[in-house]
Write a protein that binds this ligand. Sequence first.
Ligand code: AMP
Ligand code: MG
Length: 490
Amino acid sequence: MHSLEQLQYSNSFGCLPEDFHGRLQPTPLLAAHMASFNAAAAALIDLDPGDAGRAEFVDYLNGSRPLPGADPIAMLYAGHQFGHYVEQLGDGRAIILGEVLNRRGERWELQLKGAGPTPYSRRGDGRAVLRSTVREYLGSEAMHGLGIPTTRALCMLGSEEEVYREQIEAGALLLRMAPSHVRFGSFEVFFYRGQHGRLRQLADYVIEHHYPEFREREDRYLAFYREVVARTARLVAQWQLVGFAHGVMNTDNMSILGLTLDYGPFGFLDDYQPGFICNHSDHHGRYAFDRQPDIGLWNVSCLAQALLPLLHPEPDAAVELARAGFDLYQEQFRQAHDQGMAAKLGLRETMPNDAALAQGWLDLLAANHCDHTNSFRALADFDDPGCPLRDSFVDRAAFDTWAQDYHRRLAQEGMDGSERRARMQAVNPKYILRNYLAEQAIRAAQGGDYREIDRLLALLQRPFDEQPEMAAYAAPPPDWGRRLEVSCSS
Ligand code: AMP
Ligand code: MG
């Protein structure tokens, strides 16, 4: 176990040519202090969790003391935002401090979010407000707890820095970690500038460090493309299964490693509403919950476009290979979704009518405004006379009809009831980061009390465990909690 300054930093992305990034130092926040620290993430980089209590630790992250060995950079990228290509984005408020190789040989890039302006800030201030920092900190760790690939969060700092949004808010800082923060948009920027040499260098870099299994292959760019496609499809399938809406699936927010990346106005479903729009600024519902699978494919097509020069020297052949990737996306999505849904329903095998059975269940949830998470969780006990599930349906007769089909289908598997129950509870979480729970933690934090953040962090790291003393956190939102609006402003 090491202290922050004892860790060995390298910065492989920083070793790429100058036009891939900008070098800079973080701009310290006023009166920065530790708000919450995540020991689980610290373990990933062999960091001593006791280190977080030192004043120097905060100073290093806040940039008021240079971190020995770190070589901070901001990354260049572009991307399609709400369907339109924006030719220069880049890390406007994120700074990579460096990367740490842990004792298992895993590479973790340490990135500050909210540490002040960068060469890519455009008109922004490079800051992140406390409310959005709490949301990303808890959101990413909740996703990890659910077993969904995501960036991680080591800690967050609060401060007395005044940040101007719709009103004055407190600035905060998130230290997030991922093996790489490269995005689809990192490739797009070089493709649209016609810099195909740079494009190849970036692909070589990502393959070398993150897809070494393809390094020696003649068709490595194709293999890499297909693997990103497959990971993206499986990721979106996991989002759908757990009821996670990302909110801003722009190509600059799509990870080249298939991680959930850039938590903005995201939201978990309370009631099952397929058309749920979590981002208040998304007027046309481009990123509505039920559009995510299609948008994932649309984003993959943007990546494919940018990779065309690498896929094949003949343009027509390259397009064919890119297109085959779209079929792969559909296949991988369908397979991951069907298998995941079968597991949620407690089925070991998949049978031809299962899709209709699952759809029937989802239709019931939608028609009866049932809570997505709690209904799946309670389904394990659906035939127990004391189970409250049936009462949550306004149309009980419709539920009973569906339950008879479901009962027959379960009987075909012949799985022991208690085994089925245990398997279902291992895939249907009891706890998710409901918007109102995040909001309660935010309001307390704005008053200087960070304990609710720690409580939620601990809860959401074990979302499948009963944790009976925390049962109140499984409750659907109170009225005020249903009407919360979350926008891109963060
Ligand atoms: P997002 O929608 O948060 O993924 O951000 C889109 C782009 O705007 C990215 O290039 C961000 O780095 C940049 N950006 C967002 N907020 C700020 C800010 N406060 N200051 C500078 N750049 C920002
Ligand atoms: Mg972003």
